[in-house]
Design a protein around this ligand. Structure first.
Ligand code: NOJ
Length: 550
């Protein structure tokens, strides 16, 4: 197996250009500002940045409503700034991934406007129409409570158009070969400008045949075609799918031989990880890991804690979801769409550093590639006065200067959090950079350690049995090297007994501190884990390079 599949062990960092760093004082972050912050990202150890949509857009869904797939939103810069950015990122050893939003366009996109204006336009068939209101118009809304239907009548077009998301986001008709060609053209365009791949938005909806006739016939062939095209243009570029589907369907997205999506976000494990964090029972998480085990060497999970959306708990059962709500978002204003929480990680844990470390340590050691969310490395909070998911999208907090050092403008694109324990005067990069014990410096150290554990991305993994239902023990093996990770989800400390699973495992060397563990005569380790404690161990000794064998 070749081992230059960079995405198997990368540290991915997700950010939105407009809330990261404003270089020209107009209140909106931009590519020039982001480029100036590449040193910061390289310093933490980031290998790849995933950029949220940055195209021209009326911004009614945070840029996921695009009017030109080949452009840059004028507030964020120009195509020239973009290429400067990808060039500088490369110099810093950082790859760039971008959102590929081709399930829908904005209703202001010239294609949709042409389709509305003239029934004979070639663009008419780029969207999905019905002369009468389909019976299922009130089903399948992604934003229940905010979105009223999936079919809306357009008076000028004298027909209903299908929209899986908000009504200003008409779905493209993926069955139309011209639409498929256009998607390839978009992919090819941005590859030329230096990106290393795409986070593909809403994949299950993209490949539905059409909204009218057959909502469930998915066109996996399209994913393979896209993959083939991508790889022909750029051998090391990847597709990372947003597809929150049942575990048994995951493999349709990866492809039996790994021939479709390289990566998928593991929403199933994410939701069960929050359940474990809420209840301290790790058994459902263990089952979720087993149910999402990958069998193909080039396929890979992306593990995350929080992202740009709500914490979607739709795959838990009702009782489980209520437990998580109760623990992490009991107030109705913290909840959204009947299934999720519009909260950031740190406030969900009431700023408890032990739980933040536990969550991040877990994310970095789950079988896959970690995807961080900007601001989580300093423990940023949310602003519940903002609507829907904007609560978790406030500007990055760089310093104690006005607007957190994000912008010199009077008014910023979204308000900066300025009050309380999560306000920028008390929580910002500059202060944390100076403090060796800060969350920021802890995160940086953890990332360094993660990079010394390639077994996680490449290896075989198994759950080790322990004496406690509150402790998750994972072991990875790759090329005669092994690592073991323990996470205690309980607020109480536990003395955990476990076998490391091999004779070499008699000695477990602590990767993060000096406390190593030696098994007793029966091969059992006894580790005293404090409440929410975690341990990273290397099997047999500290240096994996020495033992490495090809
Ligand atoms: C998923 C994105 O993460 C979300 O923010 C967006 O609203 C929908 N896709 C629609 O594009």
């Amino acid at each position: 197996m070749i081992d230059d599949l960079w995405y198997k062990n990368a540290i991915i960092y997700c950010l939105d250009v407009k809330t990261f760093m404003d270089s020209n004082g107009d209140g909106v972050g931009d590519f020039e500002g982001l480029t100036r912050r590449l040193g910061y990202l390289a310093g933490i150890g980031v290998d790849a940045i995933w950029l949220l949509p940055f195209h021209p857009s009326p911004m009614r869904d945070n840029g996921y409503d695009i009017t030109d797939f080949y452009g840059i939103h004028p507030s964020l810069g120009s195509l020239g700034d973009f290429v400067d950015f990808t060039h500088e990122a490369k110099k810093h050893g950082i790859r760039v991934l971008m959102d590929l939003v081709v399930n829908h366009t904005s209703d202001q996109h010239p294609w949709f406007k042409a389709a509305v204006k003239d029934e004979r336009s070639k663009y008419r068939d780029w969207y999905l129409w019905s002369k009468t209101k389909p019976k299922d118009a009130h089903q399948g809304m992604v934003f229940p409570g905010v979105q009223e239907s999936t079919w809306t009548r357009h008076p000028k077009a004298q027909a209903y158009y299908f929209h899986r998301f908000y009504k200003f986001q008409p779905d493209l008709n993926i069955s139309n070969p011209d639409v498929q060609t256009e998607i390839q053209r978009i992919v090819g365009f941005w590859l030329e400008l230096g990106v290393s791949g795409f986070r593909m938005d809403a994949v299950p909806f993209v490949i539905q045949r059409d909204g009218v006739r057959d909502l469930h016939a998915e066109q996996f062939r399209l994913l393979k075609n896209l993959r083939t095209f991508l790889q022909w243009r750029a051998g090391d570029a990847i597709l990372l799918a947003e597809a929150n589907v049942e575990p048994k369907r995951n493999f349709e997205y990866f492809g039996k031989d790994g021939e479709r999506m390289h990566m998928m976000f593991n929403f199933f494990v994410n939701q069960h990880a929050f359940y474990a964090l809420a209840t301290s029972d790790v058994r459902p998480l263990t089952r979720a890991l087993e149910r999402t085990r990958i069998h193909h060497a080039t396929s890979q999970w992306a593990h995350f804690m929080r992202n740009n959306d709500e914490l979607d708990l739709g795959r838990l059962d009702e009782a489980q979801r209520q437990r998580v709500f109760q623990e992490f978002g009991p107030e109705p204003r913290m909840q959204v769409y009947g299934r999720g929480l519009r909260r950031r990680l740190s406030p969900m844990f009431e700023g408890d550093r032990r739980r933040q470390e536990l969550a991040y340590s877990l994310m970095f050691t789950l079988p896959g590639t970690p995807v961080m969310r900007y601001g989580d490395e300093i423990g940023m909070g949310e602003d519940l006065s903002l609507k829907e998911r904007s609560a978790v999208r406030t500007p990055m907090q760089w310093s104690t200067e006005a607007n957190a050092g994000f912008s010199t403008a009077k008014k910023t694109v979204l308000p900066v959090i300025s009050d309380g324990p999560f306000g920028y005067p008390r929580l910002n990069v500059a202060d944390q950079r100076r403090d060796p014990n800060s969350l920021l410096n802890w995160t940086e150290r953890l990332i360094r350690a993660r990079k010394e554990c390639p077994e996680i991305g490449w290896g075989e993994w198994r759950v080790l049995e322990t004496s406690s239902p509150h402790v998750l023990a994972l072991r990875y093996d790759w090329r005669n090297n092994g690592v073991v990770f323990l996470h205690n989800f309980d607020p109480k400390g536990h003395l955990v007994t476990f076998g490391a699973g091999s004779s070499e495992g008699a000695m477990l060397a602590n990767i993060l501190s000096g406390e190593h563990s030696h098994a007793d005569g029966r091969g059992q380790h006894r580790v005293e884990l404090e409440g929410y404690g975690y341990r990273w161990f290397r099997v047999g000794g500290l240096d994996y390079i020495l033992k490495r064998s090809r």
